[in-house]
Design a protein around this ligand. Structure first.
Ligand SMILES: Nc1ncnc2c1ncn2[C@@H]1O[C@H](COP(=O)(O)OP(=O)(O)OP(=O)(O)O)[C@@H](O)[C@H]1O
Length: 599
């Protein structure tokens, strides 16, 4: 199994530039241009109000005017410059924001596609361990937050460039005030981080409760039937589980938001605090003319805009950082399965298992982990093998190893003389078709595109007794709203069409009616055998055990008994043995042989 050593794919600063570098560059360029243009607006307004401040315009323009109908436009060049700047801001901001929005959407889709790929590359055991809830929360919640956070970064640069422009103008107006404001900004940035730190801590807690909420919702939906029938159970489930998670979430979220709000308002307040100091105190110590004071105050008031924009944008960045951490954590827990490519699908006549062992990780330290094996087995094409044994004896675990879903901890599985390894596992998997009890029925025949596929599928639909229930057109089932048994028949149809060499059925017949059980054991399995398939059937239907070519009995994760066709044929003659699940069949065979010899 490959280690996941990719760099964090959710680095906020890298996300958008990595998605569309040119667009982001242009967005930042135009955004900064808009920011600088913004910074020019105040000096321009001041210029028109205080001609003495003018250093940009020639004096002759100041005294000229235009007539527009009955309207008189003073300082027309300056006015033209002003309106051009406003239009420039509009244009630059619209283009910049559109580019950021588009890149952000592409980044969201890109991140989701990346996660889809990583999910598809996950070993089955890791998928089972991580669980649906965490993956769904990451897809539905975290990715959106991350890209929203990444999308504010260009806006932060825009606000920052406006701020820099305004500070430059302030420096030009009064150096001492500029230095004081820089001091205030540094102080503000340092102290502002304190409430943000606490805010982020609580938001992380809130986010952690969200996985529990997601799992709780699953229980509420999938366990609806059980909860409907038991009022106390429903009440306890809602209050002890879902509501408890919701309350933890709400409490942490409220505390987090409170600290963020403190931070945001503190940031805004500190700007006004600075304006007060300049207006009421500094103006007395430094010789500031009325015009200069007005200019300085106007700049300071104007600075609060980009300052609060910066502070507000940090809110989104903090939420995004919480989500990004969660996402990174999940991605680091998702190993990439090394399984080779499928350039040459492998044909297999004989499947050999030697010293096969597998251990499930214990879910909690008090439980002992289930240990399968060591198992030695040889299965052949043209043979039907029944895996039997009590609940929890390890049948499904063994079959998931045989179908190459699980990777064994020890031992070896070979297809003919070829040992399965990381380089050929994917190719060998293409020889296997399996229906497990938690199978998923896709509504379309994905990856099957032969010309007469609909025709063949319709024939199987008839054979499987589903005529009138479902039809197929262009590989798409008309409906999958069927009974459990009927869905399993459709799943069987899909495996038929896939036409692989190895078939695994995990208690397939368990929810079929007696008539169709007969068809499965007496028609479908012999047909697959005739087609030279290797068939592995997990079953508790002891009435049909005698039909197997080989019966493998599991007990506590080990093969307790392996009975071949001859012995099974003898046992089949003894209805009382069928009832017992072929226990002591070897003793019975010896007894029959001794009887025959004595006769
Ligand atoms: N995903 C899992 N994680 C951890 N342990 C598991 C997991 N699946 C199964 N087990 C453990 O492995 C043991 C064997 O399970 P398995 O599903 O192979 O039994 P089985 O013989 O197919 O049982 P049944 O007849 O009930 O389907 C179980 O007792 C259980 O403790």
């Amino acid at each position: 199994m490959k280690e996941n050593n990719e760099n964090s794919p959710t680095g906020l600063f890298k996300l958008l530039p990595a998605t569309a570098p040119n667009k982001v560059f242009l967005a930042i360029l135009l955004g900064s241009l808009a920011g600088i243009a913004y910074a020019i607006v105040v000096p321009l307004v001041l210029l028109s109000l205080q001609p003495s401040l003018s250093r940009l315009m020639q004096p002759e323009f100041e005294s000229s005017y235009w007539l527009l109908g009955t309207f008189e436009i003073s300082s027309p060049t300056q006015a033209f410059f002003y309106f051009s700047i406003v239009l420039l801001i509009l244009l630059c901001r619209v283009i910049s924001e559109t580019m950021v929005a588009q890149t952000s959407i592409d980044a969201t889709v890109g991140l989701r596609k990346k996660l889809y790929k990583r999910i598809s590359q996950l070993p089955i055991q890791s998928l089972e361990q991580i669980g649906q809830s965490r993956i769904l929360t990451a897809l539905n919640n975290d990715i959106g937050r991350v890209t929203e956070g990444a999308a504010v970064l260009p806006n932060i640069l825009v606000a920052a460039s406006t701020l820099v422009g305004m500070l430059a103008f302030l420096m030009y107006l009064k150096l001492e005030v500029f230095l004081f404001i820089i001091g205030i900004i540094v102080f503000g940035v340092v102290t502002y981080r304190i409430p943000l730190f606490f805010g982020q801590k609580h938001l992380v807690k809130a986010r952690n409760s969200f996985d529990g909420i997601q799992e709780g919702i699953r229980g509420l939906i999938y366990g609806a039937k059980e909860l409907k029938l038991n009022q106390q159970k429903k009440h306890a489930y809602l209050t002890e589980n879902l509501h408890a998670y919701e309350e933890n979430f709400a409490a942490a979220q409220k505390r987090g938001r409170f600290f963020l709000s403190v931070g945001l308002n503190y940031g805004t307040l500190i700007s006004f605090f600075a304006i007060g100091i300049v207006t009421y105190i500094m103006a007395n110590y430094y010789t500031l003319s009325q015009a200069n004071l007005m200019g300085v105050v106007m700049v300071l008031l104007y600075i609060t805009g980009p300052m609060s924009a910066l502070i507000n944008l940090m809110n989104g960045v903090i939420m995004a950082r919480v989500a990004a951490k969660k996402l990174d954590h999940l991605l680091n827990e998702m190993p990439i399965e090394a399984s080779g490519d499928i350039a040459d699908p492998v044909d297999c006549q004989q499947l050999r298992v030697e010293g096969l062992e597998y251990i499930y990780p214990a879910l909690n330290s008090a439980d002992s982990a289930f240990h399968l094996g060591p198992v030695d087995l040889t299965l052949k094409r043209g043979e039907v093998t029944f895996l039997v044994g009590g609940n929890g004896s390890g049948k499904t675990t063994l079959s998931k190893l045989l179908s190459l879903h699980y990777i064994p901890g020890k031992g070896q599985i070979s297809f003919d003389d070829q040992a399965i390894n990381d380089n050929n596992r994917e190719a060998c998997r293409q020889s296997v078709s399996a229906i497990y009890s938690d199978f998923y029925l896709f509504t379309k025949l994905h990856g099957l595109s032969s010309e007469n596929i609909d025709q063949r599928a319709m024939q199987y639909i008839k054979d499987l007794g589903l005529e009138g229930k479902v039809t197929i057109k262009n590989g798409q089932f008309s409906s999958t709203d069927l009974s459990d048994g009927q869905k399993k028949r459709l799943a069987l149809l899909v495996t038929y069409l896939e036409d692989r060499s190895i078939y695994v059925f995990d208690e397939w017949a368990a929810d079929q009616d007696p008539g169709f059980k007969e068809i499965f054991y007496h028609r479908i399995l012999p047909e697959l055998k005739l087609l030279n398939k290797m068939v592995i059937v997990i079953t508790h239907d002891d009435r049909y055990f005698y039909l197997a070519d080989k019966l493998v009995k599991m007990e506590n994760g080990k093969v307790a008994e392996e009975i071949n066709k001859d012995n099974l044929a003898i046992a089949a003659l003894k209805p009382e043995l069928q009832m017992k699940g072929f226990e002591n069949v070897s003793d019975e065979k010896e007894r029959l042989e001794a009887d025959n010899a004595g006769r």
